[in-house]
Design a protein around this ligand. Structure first.
Ligand code: SIN
Ligand code: CO
Length: 391
């Protein structure tokens, strides 16, 4: 049996993970927790507690407040959007505000993702930011996804359990999914710039020591049930009503109501679609699926439609901004590429697909080298790309 790798390392400015991404992916990713001391030296919060609270008051933001009453061990969950007055009524300790998708609202927070560019962007869900008063936290729980918990201002105590037999059932007296039982095997205090990586399903509990900010870079992974359902819908859509179970050559039945082996074989034959899907079709489905999966907001189409010709004349003088809520991904198809944006696929060159997926903000003049004004105009008109006049 192979021994678990070390659980604590020190990061350097060149190596925030304390090792190469390749080694991290080989030894830790989806397998083992890792505490990285000094992953982000001189880390400063990309957003202030005040601005986080302001965002939590926005209609479209996903925000929660969790309050713990330690004496009676009672937990309360409130969902946003909040009003300023809600914050004034909070106790002085043992509460936390959590806002999801902050990377979509704030470019400085989004920049934190650059350190994780070795993971495909379509695997990354969001940066959730929490502010906690002393003693605040969300209780002991498990997450279904990998997460990097980056400590901002202040200190947080993290306890985790590496016991594979630890119970993972939930308390039934709280709206939050809190573990009924939790006893830790590891106990750390994280300082600003430290990061804790947790693979899915590791019981953990983070408690603010004083006031603190935590930046959670969370991953996403569709469930097999979600994949299966979506893929089946994709395969079924073009079939129409005419293609049906058929039984030419059927023999007389022997027992009323029996579904015999021949019938089952014919039922199977009526569904050859899964195994008949070629790689290009599969890539097209997966790219569309994964770029619309768990999308919090749909892009709003541009008010004034721009033609490809007009776009060609404007591009050299503008910056092109990706809509933060529109996911971009691409797959190589032969010598070209399929670009996926928020559930739609667009055939284009590898160079254009790479350029659009690599950066949140692009230089319009550089994009003119790619041509492809039809595709770009579609993306602009659908609200996935925004043109900003260069200063
Ligand atoms: C946090 O409290 O900021 C992170 C919550 C978690 O453990 O997922
Ligand atoms: Co968690």
């Amino acid at each position: 049996m192979s021994r678990a790798p070390v659980i604590e390392v020190r990061g350097t400015p060149q190596r925030p993970l304390g090792m190469t991404p390749a080694r991290f992916l080989r030894d830790y990713w989806q397998k083992h927790p890792l505490l990285i001391r000094g992953a982000f030296p001189h880390f400063h919060d990309a957003i202030s507690p005040q601005d986080l609270a302001g965002l939590a008051c926005e209609e479209a933001a996903l925000a929660r407040i969790v309050i713990h009453e330690p004496k009676r061990d009672r937990w309360a969950l409130r969902n946003g959007p909040f009003a300023e007055s809600d914050f004034a009524k909070l106790p002085s300790t043992h509460w936390t505000l959590l806002v999801q998708d902050v990377d979509k609202w704030d470019l400085d927070v989004a920049a934190l993702l650059d350190a994780f560019a070795f993971i495909p962007s379509w695997r990354v869900d969001d940066v959730m930011v929490s502010y906690a008063a002393a003693g605040g936290g969300v209780g002991a729980h498990v997450d279904q996804y990998d997460v990097f918990l980056v400590q901002g201002t202040g200190q947080r105590r993290w306890r985790i359990s590496m016991d594979p037999h630890a119970r993972r059932d939930f308390r039934d007296d709280a709206e939050l999914k809190l573990l009924r039982e939790f006893s830790s095997t590891h106990d750390w205090i994280l300082e600003p710039g430290d990061a804790l990586y947790l693979p899915p399903n590791v019981p953990h509990e983070g408690t603010a020591i004083g006031e603190c900010m935590t930046f959670s870079v969370g991953m996403r992974a569709p469930s097999q049930a979600e994949l299966l359902l979506d893929f089946s819908e994709f395969l079924a859509e073009p079939l129409g009503d005419g293609a049906r179970y058929a039984d030419p050559g059927m023999r007389p039945i022997r027992h009323a109501g029996e579904i015999d082996a021949a019938a089952l074989a014919r039922a199977r034959a009526a569904m050859p679609h899964f195994s008949n899907v070629d790689n290009t079709t599969f890539a097209r489905w997966f790219g569309c699926f994964i770029t619309r999966y768990r999308a919090a907001h749909m892009a709003t189409p541009r008010a004034r439609v721009i033609t490809p010709t007009r776009l060609a004349t404007q591009l050299p003088t503008v910056r092109v901004l990706r809509n933060p809520f529109s996911r971009f991904a691409w797959a190589r198809i032969g010598r070209g590429a399929l670009l996926f944006v928020a559930g739609e696929s667009h055939p284009c060159s590898v160079a254009l697909a790479r350029a659009l997926c690599a950066q949140r903000e692009l230089d319009g003049a550089a994009l003119t080298r790619q041509g492809a004004y039809e595709t770009l105009a579609t993306l602009v008109n659908d609200g996935h790309l925004q043109l900003i006049r260069s200063p």
